[in-house]
Structures are given as C-alpha cells and as structure tokens.
Write a protein that binds this ligand. Structure first.
Ligand code: NAP
Length: 316
C-alpha cells in the first residue's frame, strides 16, 4: 500500500480544523494520515481525535520551533489563526509568518491558509464610510488574514487561499442567535439591509478543505471561496422562525449602531457587516455555493443546518 500522506491540522480541536480532521479520518481509503495540533493532548476534543485515529502533536502558534516540529514530514497542512482568542491582528500576522516560514522549511507540498479579504482593497483607510480601527485596519480580523497571504506567496509555499464564510454556528456559540425584542417577539440582528450574506456550517469548512487536498495540485496558488448558502437577514429570520416554531423578525440595525453595542469586537463586526453589505457583489461572487458542493458533496444549506442544530440555539 502506498504510504499515507500526513496532513498537519492546526486548530484540530476547534471548528475549522476539527471539521477537516474528522473528514480526513472518516475517509479511510483516501490515503490520509491526520496529525492534529493541540496545546493540550489531554483535552476531551484532543482525546476524541486520538481515538478516531489521529496522531496528536503539541504545538503553539506562538512557538515557532513547535510549529516546525509539527510539520516535519508532512505532505499537507491546514493553517488557521484565532483572532477571537486575543483580538490582535498583529499577532495573527506574526503567526501567519511563522506558519509560512515553517511550511517552507519543512517542504510542505500543499498548504491551505484559512484567510479572508483584506477589506482595505475595497475600503481604503481614508474612506469615511466606516471608522479606521487599531490604527491601520477597517476590519481587523479580516485585513490581517488577507495581509498574511503575502507571507505564503513570498515563502514560495504551494498554497490554496481559502476564503471562509460566516459560520451559522455563531447563532449557537457567538451570541448571534435571535433574542426577544421589546414586544417579546424574537429578533435576529443583521446590520446588512436586504443584502445577502454567504454563510456555512462550520463543519463544512473542513470538508471543503478535504476536497481541496483531494484535488492534488489543481487548486495550488488559487483563492477558493466557500459557502453553503447566501441569505439576507429577512430570509435567515424566516428560516429561523420555521425551525424554532415561533416568529422571528429581522432587525436591520444600521452598522453605526451595531458598532456601538459595546461588546468586545463590536466595532470590528459592525465594520465587517457593513463591508458585506456595501461590497456585496464582490464578496458573494468570491464564494460559489456550486463549487463548494463540488468540493464537498455533503454541503449543508441553512435549512439543513437548522434541522440538525436549531434546538442548540439559545433563545430566551
Ligand atoms: N466565526 C465565524 O463566523 C468565522 C468565519 C470565518 C473565519 N473565522 C475565523 O476563524 C478563526 C478561528 O477558527 P476556529 O473557529 O476553527 O477556532 P476555534 O474553534 O476557536 O478553535 C480554536 C482551536 O485552536 C487552538 N488554538 C488556539 N490558540 C492556539 C495557539 N496559539 N496555537 C495553537 N493552537 C491554538 C485551540 O486548540 P487547543 O486548545 O487544543 O490547543 C482551539 O481548540 C478566527 O481567526 C476567525 O476570525 C470565523
């Protein structure tokens, strides 16, 4: 039997990397071997991956030597950074550089970099439509990822640039689910007017990445955007109402109001939703549902995701 191709998966105990690790492990005849990166091999998520057949490797993105060790002998690698763990775009940039350098030294043949648009290409810093944040960003957690693309190019690492989409799982884990309004009716806040937002089940991101790895060199050097469905706030509210069995209305607050909500990251997310809205055509065009389904035939629509997950959305 041909030797299995090792894929080192960062974030394997989390949403994106976890989806990829589980998908590769389930593909028993695919010739893959999963090396799951964690900072804690004893966590339930790490132990569950090990039971499913993954090799666990301890590494931290902030420790370059550990990143390099995790990549030794690997054919492929999934690279993702964790903005919401620290809120620092500068740290994401440093981590992207660490990963790109380590991938070059290890001779990785196919890297997938989980990136997003550098929104400053559409909305330059002097554009008054939205405030500049942290000195040199419009949407910090997007811009730093997009800026990080260049490290992989400069290092000459064979890379697919994966443009992910809004996880529908944010309705469960990120406090973005519907909440009762002043009259008690559930409201789904999405500050995008009638614009449609590409969304995806978090688990499907890794399955699409699996599809990208499965295509060999075909998508190396390419930017690939993925989404399960593009929906407006009103369409999402209607689907939520059907799934929850009680009416949900779309609350179209203006982005400037959303920016003032005061929770950590509210300004960043307010700018992000405004970017989705104001640059809807380009943002959606970069994320083909049809191509995502070619990569991942199990790709879920919002309705399918809700059928399996609506009961987990916390609603008061
Ligand atoms: N939420 C969305 O809608 C959305 C959409 C597009 C993109 N994103 C982006 O997705 C990224 C997060 O990915 P995710 O949702 O898959 O993350 P996640 O579910 O929060 O997973 C994070 C995992 O990464 C590991 N980790 C955290 N810090 C690490 C470090 N310093 N070194 C090595 N491993 C570390 C942790 O594993 P251990 O504890 O086991 O080490 C953790 O289980 C963010 O940058 C965000 O901007 C999010």
């Amino acid at each position: 039997m041909a030797e299995r191709k090792i894929v080192t998966v960062f974030g394997a105990t989390g949403a994106q990397g976890g989806g990829l690790a589980r998908s590769l492990l389930a593909d028993r005849d695919g010739g893959w071997s999963v090396r799951a990166v964690t900072r804690d091999e004893s966590s339930p998520a790490a132990r569950s991956l090990a039971r499913a057949g993954a090799e666990l490797v301890r590494a931290d993105l902030d420790d370059a030597a550990s990143v390099e060790r995790a990549l030794e002998g690997a054919y492929g690698a999934y690279f993702v950074t964790f903005f919401w763990a620290h809120f620092s775009p500068e740290r994401e940039l440093a981590e992207a550089r660490t990963m790109a350098d380590a991938a070059r030294r290890a001779g990785v043949r196919h890297a997938i970099w989980s990136t997003l648009e550098d929104t400053r290409r559409w909305i330059p810093l002097d554009d008054p439509r939205m405030p500049t944040l942290m000195g040199r960003y419009k949407v910090p957690h997007f811009d730093a990822k997009g800026e990080g693309d260049q490290y992989f190019r400069d290092a000459g690492v064979p890379t697919t640039f994966l443009l992910t989409s809004f996880y529908w799982d944010n309705l469960i884990h990120f406090g973005m689910g519907p909440k009762p309004g002043a009259d008690g009716q559930l409201e789904f806040v999405l500050p995008m007017g009638g614009a449609q937002m590409p969304g995806i089940a978090a688990e499907d991101i890794g399955r699409c990445a699996h599809g990208i790895l499965g295509r060999g060199d075909e998508l190396v050097g390419r930017t690939v955007g993925i989404a399960g469905e593009h929906l407006s706030g009103a369409e999402m509210a209607a689907a939520l109402g059907r799934a929850l069995g009680r009416p949900v209305r779309h609350a179209d607050v203006p982005p400037e109001v959303y920016r003032g909500f005061g929770f950590p990251g509210a300004e960043d997310l307010g700018n992000m939703f405004q970017f989705y809205r104001d640059c809807e055509r380009d943002f959606r065009a970069a994320r083909s549902v049809e191509f995502s389904r070619e990569l991942n035939p199990a790709l879920q629509s919002f309705g399918q995701w809700l059928a399996a997950n609506a009961a987990r959305i916390p609603v008061a």
